[in-house]
Ligand binder design. Structure first.
Ligand code: GH3
Ligand code: MG
Ligand code: MG
Ligand code: MG
Ligand code: MG
Length: 320
């Protein structure tokens, strides 16, 4: 094709384009110093839907790759300048770690097996022998992009699973497991900085009665509404947790006891005014602030004891 006439090439591309089933999308960085090869490969890649940026030297490619993300990298071995395609591959893989996110397709002019092995070992995912045959370039690009898409989807799902494992399904608040994961570091930080640190424990009043009167679904609605109220009053650095059935908790880094008590009282009044689905609900709240050297367990015991006291004093109140 390199030697055939432009008209023949156009006809070939047209015929081939009509056979391409799924167009790809994304931006390719093509690192190629030979003008004719660069143009040829660009044309093929654009035909299957890819945007292409051409860079002729390894030095400039490394500069671009340090600043920008590409869907895929296609690189020649010998380039304009001192750095080779191998240097570019090593740079990308050092930057991203292994296995890298960005697929790399190497172009090789020689049929030197040792060099191909070196390039693949450095982190290239595949290679195409020059002169480039359009169908081969297309199918190898397609495979690499499909794999990269699967990798992305896997990562998204992994993130979702991780997120689900640390949250309560009903309320979306963090669960007790996540609380236990977070507390040691946060408490140690508070001790180190000498900053304030408060804990608010909230227990819904007569919740069993709510369930008995309005059904389990009614009780669930109440929990969801109170959890939303909790989230609504908290800052980004606060940690709202569903600790148990109808026991919620708010960790307030940097907040001293008086301020935490005021916040708790505001929350208590807000819950009292909620009446989700017409269901009257109140809560009893215990507040405690971390003492020097105190463990989270000890802080929790004190806040929980305050809840117990609030219950004994008639419920729907804050004890600090
Ligand atoms: P008190 O004012 O002393 O706290 O009384 P209470 O009834 O709220 O406390 P108790 O601990 O006796 O009952 C808590 C109830 O919460 C019992 C349980 O069935 C209910 N519960 C726990 N988790 C859920 C849930 O996810 N949904 C619903 N609807 N109810 C729940
Ligand atoms: Mg070259
Ligand atoms: Mg109880
Ligand atoms: Mg209760
Ligand atoms: Mg309870």
């Amino acid at each position: 094709f390199h030697k055939s006439s432009q008209a023949e090439f156009e006809a070939y591309i047209d015929a081939w384009l009509s056979k391409v089933t799924r167009k790809l999308s994304g931006k390719v960085l093509l690192i190629e110093d030979t003008e004719s090869t660069a143009q040829f490969c660009t044309r093929i890649m654009q035909t299957i839907g890819l945007a292409v940026e051409v860079i002729k030297s390894g030095e400039l490619a490394i500069e671009a790759l340090a600043r920008r993300q590409f869907t895929l990298i296609v690189t020649d071995f010998m380039l304009a300048g001192i750095k080779t395609g191998l240097d570019v591959i090593r740079f990308v893989r050092a930057l991203e770690g292994r296995p890298g996110r960005t697929p790399i397709l190497a172009l090789s002019a020689s049929d030197n097996t040792a060099r191909r092995v070196e390039i693949l070992r450095a982190g290239a995912n595949d290679y195409v022998q020059k002169p480039v045959v359009p169908e081969e370039l297309e199918v190898r690009l397609r495979n690499l992009i499909t794999l990269a898409e699967l990798f992305d989807r896997l990562e998204t799902q992994h993130q979702m699973v991780k997120d689900m494992a640390q949250r309560d399904r009903l309320t979306g608040l963090f669960n007790r497991h996540r609380l236990e994961e977070l507390m040691p570091e946060l408490v140690a930080e508070a001790h180190k900085s000498g900053g304030s640190f408060s804990l608010v424990v909230i227990d819904l009043d007569h919740f069993k009665q709510i369930n008995d009167t309005y059904g389990h679904a009614g009780g669930d609605q109440v929990l969801v509404a109170v959890a939303a109220a909790l989230r609504g009053t908290s800052r980004p650095q606060d940690i709202a947790v569903r600790y148990g059935g109808e026991e919620l908790l708010l960790v307030l880094p940097g907040i001293a006891l008086p301020q935490a008590s005021l916040g708790a009282e505001r929350l208590r009044r807000h819950v009292e005014s909620l009446a989700p689905d017409g269901i009257p609900v109140t809560c009893s709240i215990g507040v405690a602030a971390l003492k020097p050297g105190e463990s989270f367990e000890s802080l929790f015991k004190r806040a929980d004891a305050a809840v117990y006291e609030a219950k004994n004093l008639g419920r729907n109140q804050v004890i600090a």
